[in-house]
Design a protein around this ligand. Structure first.
Ligand SMILES: [Mg+2]
Length: 121
């Protein structure tokens, strides 16, 4: 499966950009079991590739403001409702090391038509 992870508020805390506990291991486990994991962000000013590299996580970072070159099967995002159609599942959110936060949302893409962009249109 193609899995895309949001960065701010998902892989990293939204306030201090700390790596969410267990995220590196989860991404590696997904890759080890044959999945493709990529990343995306709506924040053009942040250099997340550098931040990922610092944490030893490889992967491409795409903009949420442009169509993706592939269709993800699963989107892991703290705010999927604006980006991904499908069912949403809540899991605990990681805001920062100091403020664990309340929830994170995960969207599973269940339908996409030929005419529909990845984004809601
Ligand atoms: Mg986010």
């Amino acid at each position: 499966m193609n899995i895309i992870f949001d960065l701010s508020g998902t892989v990293f805390g939204s306030s201090d950009r700390s790596l969410r506990p267990g995220m590196k291991e989860a991404i590696q486990a997904l890759r080890d079991s044959g999945n493709t994991v990529e990343f995306w962000t709506s924040d053009p000013s942040e250099n997340f590739e550098e931040l990922l590299g610092r944490e030893g996580i490889e992967g491409r970072v795409f903009s949420k403001w442009e169509p993706l070159p592939f269709v993800p099967d699963i989107c892991v995002d703290d705010e999927p409702h604006g980006w991904m159609p499908g069912h949403h599942y809540k899991v605990p959110k990681h805001v920062s090391r100091q403020y664990p936060g309340s929830s994170i949302l995960v969207a599973e893409l269940i339908y996409i038509s030929e005419k529909m962009n990845f984004f809601w249109d």
